[in-house]
Design a protein around this ligand. Structure first.
Ligand code: NDP
Ligand code: HSE
Length: 436
């Protein structure tokens, strides 16, 4: 059979990695796919660099439209990133009857419904294994391996940059700004790291996992997103003393009232495997009703780990391209007409436990006032830590861990605690998940 022809848009980190891995493992991949996979065309703004790196083995062009309009191309790989030109090119590729592989989580989390609908109508596939947790085959696991299960919840460390920063803050006692500079120096964080440190990148990925796990439309705009920029080294230390680690988790959970979809710094017991995922590594913990908990660990970024996922999609499409569209694995795991619109819960309705730190005057009755407010809000205290005031200081920190409660109860209690004259400044709130 003649090789399937691929057009690659964007020859940056992942594009070059994909080209290199496909070339290196060509024979092995062909034995698996049952057919050759040939990158016939590459489009990149820097044509010279791409030509040099592809060594005359394929046509290199500056205008990506030449690739998506080429009738000889069967599959388009979009590795440009962003939601502007990438969206236009993907829509055009679909309209031209081409299958699409993309690593672009930002694009799919914001325009996924439109793109999947267009692909469905045209009978082509959009594959996106690389868009969530890079090299970890989590999309395949959720969509196919766990298909027997009613997924109950997913909690993932799905952003390597922030996990690296948090690991540095804990290991070396660094503050956030210093750890971020280290991440940038070592090439983990981008020059503009906003999407990573503000939790947006993790929320894109959590949004996609929520859709596949629960059969709901892609709804990034309903996700609660809180990054790590406000996290203080003090809280990492106190969490450690209480037996917890702080990780930026992407969490999605099925409840009786709707779906929780949230990204925020989270205390997790230090004894959990996922709490020990350090540096730029990723891990996703999935709770299914039949299988129980399964954990997926690996590199969430980088040229070749991400290429590994891109090429897995290429092989999948190569195997399935000739199959009747009705019999392919649905884009979002559930048949398009079986998707349901279970609401994403507003943050005030989610249920979890909390770490609360308040800076208080070291005076009689302060603790009683705080515990009374918590009791009024039906919040039960699980553990407490009060530090001796430092020599000559009249103020100290009180740290409380609560049992599970609704976020709105904590909102109300925090407002009342902050109004006490004996409480200095804002109460620090970090959510806590036992993950059991
Ligand atoms: P890069 O910035 O390294 O590569 C993007 C490439 O696309 C650049 O070479 C860029 O050229 C080129 N480009 C920009 N605009 C156009 C255009 N209009 N036509 C053709 N080429 C264009 O990004 P990455 O490889 O890191 O990321 C690609 C995608 O993969 C993104 O969606 C990203 O989120 C995702 N991803 C990346 C991971 C990683 O580890 N890097 C991991 C998982 C997903 P120029 O440089 O000249 O602008
Ligand atoms: N910026 C992302 C991260 C890259 O740090 O995990 C992979 O999506």
């Amino acid at each position: 059979m003649k090789p399937i022809k691929v057009g690659l848009l964007g020859f940056g980190t992942v594009g070059a990695g994909t080209f290199a891995v496909l070339k290196r493992n060509q024979e092995e991949i062909m034995r698996r796919a049952g057919r050759g996979i040939e990158i016939a065309m590459v489009a990149d703004l820097n044509v010279e660099r791409a030509r040099e790196m592809t060594n005359g083995e394929c046509e290199v062009v500056n205008d990506a439209n030449l690739v998506v309009d080429n009738p000889d191309i069967d599959i388009v790989i979009e590795l440009i990133g962003g939601y502007g030109i990438a969206r236009e090119l993907v829509l055009k590729a679909i309209a031209n009857g081409k299958h699409v592989v993309t690593a672009n989580k930002a694009l799919l989390a914001t325009h996924g419904n439109e793109l999947f609908k267009a692909a469905q109508d045209k009978g082509v596939m959009i594959a996106f294994e690389a868009a969530v947790a890079g090299g970890i085959p989590i999309i395949k696991a959720l969509r196919e391996g766990l298909t027997a299960n009613r997924i109950q919840w997913i909690a993932g460390i799905i952003n390597g940059t922030t996990n690296f920063i948090l690991s540095e803050m804990r290991d070396k006692g660094l503050d956030f700004d210093t750890a971020l500079k280290d991440a940038q120096r070592l090439g983990y964080a981008e020059a503009d790291p906003t999407f990573d440190i503000e939790g947006i990148d993790a929320a894109h990925k959590a949004t996609l996992m929520a859709s596949i796990a629960f059969g709901i439309p892609v709804q990034f705009d309903r996700a609660y997103v809180e990054g790590i920029t406000q996290l203080q080294a003090t809280d990492i230390r106190f969490a450690e003393q209480l037996g917890y680690r702080i990780k930026l988790l992407g969490i999605t959970r099925r409840t009786a009232y709707g779906i929780e979809l949230r990204v925020h710094p989270t205390l997790i017991p230090a004894s959990r495997l996922i709490a020990n995922v350090e540096g730029a590594m990723n891990a996703v913990l999935v709770q299914g009703d039949a299988v129980g908990a399964t954990l997926y660990y690996g590199k969430g970024a980088g040229a070749e780990p991400t290429a590994s996922a891109v090429i897995a999609d290429l092989v999948d499409i190569t195997r399935l391209a000739t199959a009747d569209p009705e019999h392919r694995v649905p884009h979002l795991a559930f048949q398009p007409d079986a998707m349901i619109d279970t609401p994403i819960l507003p943050m005030s309705e989610i249920t979890t436990s909390y770490y609360l730190r308040m800076h208080v005057a070291d005076k009689l009755g302060v603790l009683a006032d705080v515990t009374r407010i918590l009791a009024d809000a039906t919040i039960s205290i699980d553990a407490m830590l009060q530090k001796e005031p430092a020599e000559g200081e009249q103020q100290t920190d009180i740290i409380m861990l609560t049992h599970q409660t609704q976020e709105k109860n904590v909102d109300a209690a925090i407002a009342r605690i902050e109004a006490l004259t004996t409480v200095v400044g804002k109460v620090t709130r970090i959510r806590l998940e036992e993950l059991n």
